[in-house]
Design a protein around this ligand. Structure first.
Ligand code: NAD
Ligand code: UDP
Length: 309
């Protein structure tokens, strides 16, 4: 198949492209390099089945493809809040452009949605049926509401135009190729620990997240995309939940770092807890995570150790 991956030069996009090329597909990577980098896909340059396109998903594109994975969108709060209006445009217009293309060429189209559609959840853990608790006017809304509208558009194109859709709700995922300046918690803590800098805990560190290793997530993507009928949304994540303080202590120990923990104010609307219910993925996709946090952190620490050296 010929497969378009928007946001393909980013952290997750580049891992997805590795898998798709391994499986023998032709891959077009479309990216504006806002948070992604050519370095993430440089090892494919010269492969005749790989094409790299500098383009912004908010602008229309015409291509002949069989499948589209729409991952283009900054994912770290620091970067999606940098230009909040652009973040909304990326999610909404990016979805419309992908869906329009899918409709024209009859491609199957996959949306990288997020656990952020649940906001600061008052139901815990979160099943797909939970409708969420998002502040529509807060600093995270550009991302959360953008992703919610994208899901709406996917379902409306599906109902109105029979577009063949897939939606995954990704819970916090980490691994090699996260940008050292990404700003998300796992890469921040590892980079800080390796550099001997203070570890920045926002709030008192009692808020929790459930961390999934990138390879597990990508396996879930492929199973959903290639499922004959399940359209989602499907939660994909690792249900093992840790507080941010536990994560910091783990990283410090694994890096054998002398960094100190420092406490900074908790950003507005920062969700206090998050854990996926993955029964649907288990039952329908036969998927469950296989890499636990210690092992995934080891691999990610190794990556950053080499990168920073
Ligand atoms: P990332 O920031 O590394 O990747 C995003 C990619 O999209 C980058 O390559 C960036 O340059 C590109 N991009 C951004 N705006 C664009 C635009 N207007 N046009 C074209 N390209 C654009 O982040 P990631 O973690 O790889 O996230 C990939 C996708 O998965 C995102 O849609 C994100 O919302 C979603 N997601 C990720 C997580 C996670 O934990 N990693 C969780 C939930 C959802
Ligand atoms: N966080 C932190 N220190 C950091 C970066 C993040 O304590 O240097 C916290 C953040 O406040 C949040 C959690 O870690 O409670 C996860 O943050 P991240 O930005 O990785 O993802 P998200 O909030 O989108 O789940």
């Amino acid at each position: 198949m010929t497969i378009l991956v928007t946001g393909g030069a980013g952290f997750l996009g580049s891992h997805l492209i590795d898998r798709l090329l391994d499986e023998g597909h032709e891959v077009i990577c479309l990216d504006n390099f806002f948070t992604g980098s050519k370095a993430n896909v440089a090892h494919h340059i010269g492969n005749p089945r790989f094409e790299l396109m500098r383009h912004d998903v908010t602008e229309p594109f015409r291509l002949e493809v069989d499948q589209i994975y729409n991952l283009a969108c900054p994912a770290s709060p620091v970067h999606y809040q940098y230009n909040a209006i652009k973040t909304v445009k990326t999610s909404v217009m990016g979805a419309i452009n992908c869906l329009g293309l899918a409709k024209r060429v009859k491609a199957r189209v996959f949306q990288a949605s997020t656990s952020e559609v649940y906001g600061d959840p008052d139901v815990h853990p979160q099943p797909e049926s939970y409708r969420g608790n998002v502040n529509p006017i807060g600093i995270r809304a550009c991302y959360d509401e953008g992703k919610r509208v994208a899901e709406t558009l996917f379902f409306d194109y599906h109902r109105q135009n029979q577009v063949d859709i897939r939606i995954v709700r990704i819970f916090n995922t980490y691994g090699p190729r996260m940008h050292p300046g990404d700003g998300r918690v796992v890469s921040n803590f590892i980079v800080q620990a390796l550099r001997g800098e203070d570890i920045t805990i926002y709030g008192d560190g009692s808020q929790s997240r459930s961390f999934c290793y990138c390879d597990d997530l990508i396996e879930g993507f492929l199973r959903l995309m290639n499922h004959p009928s399940l359209i989602g949304p499907v939660n994909i994540g690792n249900p093992n939940e840790f507080t941010i303080l536990e994560l910091a202590e783990k990283v410090l120990k694994m890096v054998a770092s002398s960094s100190k923990l420092i406490f900074k104010p908790l950003p507005a609307d920062d969700p206090l807890q998050r854990q996926p219910i993955i029964d649907l993925a288990k039952k329908e996709l036969g998927w469950q995570p296989t890499v636990e946090l210690d092992e995934g952190l080891e691999r990610t620490i190794d990556y950053f150790r080499r990168l920073l050296a």
